[in-house]
Structures are given as C-alpha cells and as structure tokens.
Ligand binder design. Structure first.
Ligand code: C2E
Ligand code: CA
Ligand code: CA
Ligand code: CA
Length: 274
C-alpha cells in the first residue's frame, strides 16, 4: 500500500507538470497571437425576438484558431486573465465587433462580453469611449455583457464605470443570471438594461424548479423595467414553451450556432417564427 501511494503521488505530479506545461505553451502562443493579431476571430450568434422570429442582434464570441485546431474560449480566457492579456484582447474584441456591426443593418445590436479583470483597468471607460468614437458605432447599438462575478470586485468603482458607460447610451446586460450569489439584489443596485437567463435553467426547463426560476426572472425583469433574454435555447419545444411564458427574446443552437461574419447575411435571411 505504501508503494501504491508513492506511485499515485508520482502520477499526480506528472499530470500536474503536463498541465502546467500545456498552460505555459498556451501562454506563449497566445501572447504571439495577440501581437500578430492573425489567429483571433470573432464568431456571432443571433438574438431572436420571440414574437416575429426576427433577428434583433448578435453576440460576439471569441475564437482562437491555432495551427492544431480551435481552442475554446472557456480554455484560453482564464489563461489570458491570469497572464495580463485580457486587456489587449478585450479591446481588440470590442473594436472588431463594433467595426463588424457597422456593416450590418442599423437596427441590429452587437453584444460584447467583458471580463471582470477588464474593470481593474482604471482606463476602461475611456478606452471603450475611444473605441465607440473611433468606429462610429451608435452607442445604443452596443451591449456589454458582464457576469455576477463582477459584483465581487470593488462595488463603488464598478457602479461608477457602469453608470458612466450608460450615460454614453451603451446598454449593460447581466449574463448567466441565476448562477451566482444574491443575484436579485444586484439587479436593483446596479444599472442593468437586460438580464440573460442562464442556459442551465433553459436546457432542463421541463424540471419544475427550472421553470419556476425562469418564470420568476421574467416577472421580476418586467417589474423592474429590465429586458430579458433566455440563452441556450436548443429545441423547438423550449422555444415554444419560453414564448408561452412571455419571454421576449432568445438565443441558442435552435436558431443558430455562432457563425463567422461571412455567414451573417444568410442568418438574416431566415425567420424563426413557430
Ligand atoms: P457566454 O457569454 O455565456 O456565451 C454563451 C456560450 O454558450 C457560447 O460558448 C455559445 O457558443 C454557447 N451556446 C450558445 N447557444 C447554445 C446552446 O443552445 N447550447 C449550448 N450548449 N451552448 C450554447 P463559447 O463561444 O464557447 O463561449 C464560452 C464563454 O467564453 C462565454 O460564455 C463567455 O463567458 C466567454 N467568452 C467568449 N467570448 C468572449 C469574449 O470576447 N470576452 C470575454 N471576456 N469572454 C468571452
Ligand atoms: Ca455572454
Ligand atoms: Ca451566458
Ligand atoms: Ca457563461
């Protein structure tokens, strides 16, 4: 048994080293990708209005195309955050998404995800304002998505930045709603324009607890005068059920997977009414 413990330890250590090494390699090539700007791309996933089945806007989702294949943002964004690359990446995403949106019909919005790390930069507001001015995007077309984890940062500073952004006309969405702590309080304390009901509730909405959460978020957002969107809508059944619950806007594989910019015209040709 003694020997076994030792082997397990050695195995564990090897696994750790492999993991660290992979991480280190990724860090180096991510740094290069940010510098030469060639391997990063944005894909876009539509938001659909439940009533008419029309596309109302797109969320920009970051992709890293490496010689070996695509790396998921779930894997490389945490690394970018750790090694100080999230600021340049975040600004690249914002600028690229705004420029892309300038080629779309004007009624379409563009949503960009912001990492909590980006809010630690005291220049965030000025950087965003500069990009809005430089690209010429109408601020009301721009939505910034933040998660509840942002609320664990310095509350006064976050509130000030969000308020400044809104005073420009930019919209703020709370992403992954319902997965963090004391969500309800945040909705009244911070200036949100929209909440996104997290995929985990939608994906298994036939469970009564999930349906109860969805219902209460829809009612609450109505009461607070905040818009609401359900994400992770994968089936016709979920679309119909959410529509019956009065959910006004949706996003998910049922309508479209995230697509490269060249596929956006084709997505806009479709309608999604049931
Ligand atoms: P998120 O912001 O919650 O984005 C939704 C994720 O769910 C996306 O994964 C999207 O492709 C996926 N998705 C959309 N509809 C469905 C569906 O019907 N079913 C399922 N199973 N999944 C669906 P993706 O693109 O891999 O992004 C993962 C996360 O990475 C995002 O979650 C976001 O937190 C982060 N991320 C992506 N792009 C950026 C970015 O530019 N900046 C920052 N800070 N984070 C980003
Ligand atoms: Ca998002
Ligand atoms: Ca989300
Ligand atoms: Ca998420």
């Amino acid at each position: 048994a003694k020997g076994e413990g030792k082997n397990t330890y050695r195995f564990y250590r090897r696994e750790m080293t492999d993991k660290l090494q992979r991480r280190r390699e990724m860090e180096i090539s991510l740094r290069a990708a940010v510098e030469n700007g060639a391997e990063l791309e944005l894909f876009y996933q539509p938001f659909v209005e439940a009533d008419r089945g029309m596309v109302s806007g797109f969320e920009a989702l970051l992709r890293w195309r490496r010689p070996g294949g695509m790396v998921s943002p779930g894997e490389f964004i945490p690394i970018a955050e750790d090694v100080g690359l999230m600021h340049p990446i975040g600004l690249w995403v914002l600028r690229t998404a705004c420029l892309q949106a300038m080629t779309w019909p004007e009624h379409l919005t563009v949503s960009v995800n912001l990492s909590p790390i980006q809010f630690r930069n005291v220049d965030l507001f000025r950087d965003i304002r500069a990009i809005v001015e430089e690209t010429g995007i109408e601020p009301s077309r721009l939505q910034l998505e933040v998660t509840e984890s942002l609320m664990l940062e310095n509350a006064d500073a976050i509130l000030a930045t969000l308020t400044d952004l809104r005073s420009l006309g930019i919209r703020i969405s709370m992403d992954d709603f319902g997965t963090g702590y004391s969500s309800l309080g945040y909705l009244t304390r911070y200036p949100f324009d929209k909440v996104k009901i997290d995929q985990s509730f939608v994906r298994r909405m036939e469970m009564s607890q999930n349906l109860a959460v969805i219902r209460s978020v829809i009612n609450l957002s109505e009461a607070l005068g905040i818009a609401v969107i359900a994400e992770g809508v994968e089936t016709e059944e979920h679309y119909a059920a959410l529509k019956a619950e009065g959910c006004p806007e949706m996003q998910g594989y049922h309508f479209s997977r995230p697509v490269p910019p060249s596929d956006i015209p084709a997505v806009l040709m479709r309608t999604y009414a049931t």
